[in-house]
Design a protein around this ligand. Sequence first.
Ligand code: CO8
Length: 258
Amino acid sequence: MPDYQTLLVEKRGRVTLITLNRPQALNALNAQVLDDLLAALAVFDADEGQGCAVLTGSDKAFAAGADIKEMADMGFAAMYGTNHFAGWERFTQTRKPVIAAVAGYALGGGCEVAMMCDFILAADTAKFGQPEIKLGVSPGMGGSQRLTRAVGKAKAMEMVLTGRMMDAAEAERAGLVSRVIPAADLVDEAVKVATAIAAMPPLAVLANKEMVNAAFETNLTQGVQFERRLFNGLFATQDQKEGMAAFVEKRPGNWTGK
Ligand code: CO8
């Protein structure tokens, strides 16, 4: 496994647990974190023994945003010329599911990275926000778009214009997170959910993830058609035959990923 400077990466069965580890900066996302995360996700995606990843931070902070100290002196030419932050979009090209397990602050880029994951499990201590306006800027890693799609215009607009934080209960009510979990149980519960996903037929996992994500990119007719194509395609897999035979024979399925 590569040597990561800003992450702890461990395998728990078929689950890769990735922990952001820059405690001195509340896991602020600098260029090294991006490099490390993209490398870790590439290893995870290519490993046939791994089925689902969990991305988490510390008790105090999932991530307190992009690294302000790294950005502070940058000008337009450096930002625009290097397309700073564009690399983060590669995060979303991970094919297998990635669950965000968020405790403490998920602010700015931290909230944006959590939203790049396939779903968010929140500790009861989680706080989400897009406070960039207070720094004289705006979300720059997709927050204005993904937050608006997740919680709707009213709440997203209020959050980006005021920079206020949303606690875990509000985030669950608004649909930003799938569930709230007591902080002490967060990582274990996330690994449990990830283990359940990693035990599913692998091709069906990829297809299900792809079709839900298509809902953000297509109109309804196109999205339903995309779903139907993938659904039909799954009937070409051995795991479909196995899954339906196992149901009829009242036994667990034995997946081959073929
Ligand atoms: N970047 C760099 N360092 C940070 C960051 C950050 N985002 N957040 C915290 N730190 C550092 C602090 O500077 C401090 O370091 P030091 O001990 O050396 O002074 C250490 O982490 C601990 O932080 P605090 O002492 O501030 O801890 P508190 O418990 O008092 O406060 C908060 C915690 C409320 C989370 C506070 O740290 C805070 O407000 N952080 C900044 C949150 C923020 O504004 N995030 C948005 C950043 S901008 C962003 O993400 C934009 C993404 C896209 C931009 C695209 C531009 C083109």
